[in-house]
Design a binder for this molecule. Structure first.
Ligand SMILES: [Mg+2]
Length: 385
C-alpha cells in the first residue's frame, strides 16, 4: 500500500461566549482535519489543535512530498523521516536529500503539529487495514474509559461562583470527576471559586485544578497548601512556562497535592525528563497538539514503567483508545461536558468515541479511531471557503 495524498482542512468557528484561562482568551474554536489517502482507497483521518493553521497546513503540504509512495503502515519510518526535517543533517541544506531543508526554529511547534496530524491518520489507516479499532490493535479490551469534564473558564463580568452552576450540571450529566480552571485571580478569590465548586459537587467527586502556568515555585507552594482542605486530586500545569523539571521537583517536595503536566510539551524527549525527575503524578501529553499518536504511545509506555499515570489532554475520540490500552496505568480521557466549549469537535464527527451519562467515554467498534466525518460540517466551518 502506498500513500497517494495528504489533505488538510483548517476550520475555525466562533464560540458562544469568549472566555479566558489564566493565560489566554479564546473567542473561537479551531481544528485542522487531516486526511491521508492510499492507493487502495483507504483514507485515514487525524486532527490537530493549534496554530497558526496556515503554517501547519503549509508544512503538511511539504511533508506530503516526502511521504508520497511510502507504506502508510510504516508509521515509525514516516515519523522519523519527518522529524529529521526539523534538524540539520548531512545533505539537508537546499533539500538535496529530498526532505525540506532544516525547518526554521520558529516553525518547530507547527512542524510537530503537522507530524501529529499525519501520524494520527496513519494509525487510523492501520486500524482500517486490520478492520479493528485502534484500542484493540494495542491490546485494549475496555470499551468504556473513565472521563472527566473541564470547565470554569473565566467570563468577563460573571460572578465568582458562576462556575458552581456549571459544575453542578457536570455532576448531573454523570461525571464523577471534574476539573476547574484556576490561576487567573488572587488566592483569596480562587479559594471562593474552589469552595463553591466543592460544595455543589459533593465530597466524592474528584476535583482537579487546571492552572495554566500562573506561579513560581514559592507562590505555588502557598497555593497548594491553601487549597489542600478541598481535597484536590491534582494540580495541573502549575508553574510558569519557563520552569523545568528541577523546579517541579522543588514544588513536589512541598506540595501536598500530586502534580500533572505535559500538554505543552512537544516530544517524548522533554516529557522523559519530567518523568525522570519524579515530580509528576500524572502526564498529559496531547498527540493532537504535537507529534501524534506514536509519540503518545512511546510516552505512555515510559510513564507506566516509571509509575506515572497517563491522563491525555482533550481529544477523547483519539485518546480514549490509548487509555483503554493502558488499564491501571491510565487515569482517563478528558472531555468538556457540553457543546459550547469546542463546537467543532461535536460537529465534525457524525460517529466517534464520546462521553456518555455514565461518566465514561464509550468507544465504538468501527475500525481505526472509529471516526465518521460530516463533510458538510467541514465545509461550513472551513477557512478555505
Ligand atoms: Mg490544562
Amino acid at each position: 500500500m502506498k500513500i497517494t495524498e495528504v489533505i488538510t482542512h483548517p476550520m475555525k468557528v466562533d464560540i458562544k461566549q469568549a472566555s479566558w484561562t489564566a493565560h489566554e482568551m479564546s473567542a473561537s474554536a479551531a481544528l485542522i482535519l487531516f486526511e491521508v489517502h492510499t492507493d487502495e482507497g483507504i483514507v485515514g483521518y487525524g486532527e490537530v489543535q493549534g496554530g497558526s493553521q496556515h503554517v501547519i497546513c503549509e508544512l503538511a503540504r511539504q511533508f506530503k512530498e516526502c511521504i508520497l509512495g511510502m507504506d502508510p503502515l510504516g508509521h515509525i519510518e514516516i515519523w522519523e523521516k519527518l522529524f529529521s526535517a526539523t534538524s540539520p543533517r548531512p545533505g539537508g541544506l537546499g533539500s538535496w536529500d529530498g526532505l525540506p531543508g532544516p525547518l526554521s526554529r520558529e516553525q518547530r511547534p507547527q512542524a510537530m503539529a503537522a507530524i501529529g496530524g499525519i501520524d494520527i491518520a496513519l494509525w487510523d489507516i492501520k486500524g482500517k487495514v486490520a478492520n479493528q479499532p485502534v484500542y484493540k490493535l494495542l491490546g485494549g479490551t475496555s470499551t468504556k474509559v473513565f472521563t472527566y469534564s473541564t470547565g470554569g473558564y473565566y467570563v468577563d463580568g460573571e460572578p465568582l461562583e458562576a462556575c458552581a452552576e456549571e459544575f453542578a450540571g457536570f455532576v448531573e450529566k454523570g461525571y464523577r470527576a471534574v476539573k476547574l480552571k484556576t490561576g487567573a485571580l488572587g488566592i483569596k478569590r480562587e479559594l471562593e471559586r474552589i469552595r463553591a465548586v466543592r460544595e455543589v459537587i459533593g465530597p466524592r467527586t474528584k476535583l482537579m485544578l487546571d492552572m495554566n502556568a500562573p506561579y513560581n515555585v514559592q507562590d505555588c507552594i502557598a497555593f497548594a497548601r491553601a487549597v489542600e482542605p478541598f481535597n484536590i486530586y491534582w494540580l495541573e500545569e502549575p508553574l510558569h512556562w519557563y520552569l523545568q523539571p528541577a523546579d517541579y521537583v522543588r514544588l513536589a517536595e512541598a506540595s501536598p497535592i500530586p502534580l500533572a503536566h505535559g500538554e505543552r510539551e512537544w516530544s517524548r524527549f522533554t516529557v522523559r525528563d519530567f518523568i525522570d525527575s519524579g515530580a509528576l503524578g500524572f502526564v498529559q501529553f496531547d498527540s493532537t497538539r504535537y507529534a501524534g499518536f506514536t509519540e503518545s504511545l512511546r510516552i505512555a509506555h515510559y510513564a507506566e514503567q516509571n509509575g506515572v499515570i497517563i491522563a491525555p489532554h482533550t481529544a477523547p475520540q483519539i485518546h480514549a483508545h490509548l487509555v483503554s490500552a493502558f488499564g491501571e496505568a491510565a487515569f482517563g480521557a478528558e472531555s468538556h461536558g457540553g457543546y459550547d466549549r469546542h463546537p467543532i469537535q461535536h460537529g465534525l464527527y457524525s460517529e466517534c468515541a464520546q462521553a456518555m451519562p455514565d461518566g465514561m467515554v464509550h468507544l465504538n467498534e468501527r475500525p481505526g479511531f472509529g471516526l465518521e466525518i460530516d463533510f458538510d460540517y467541514v465545509k461550513s466551518a472551513s477557512l478555505d471557503n
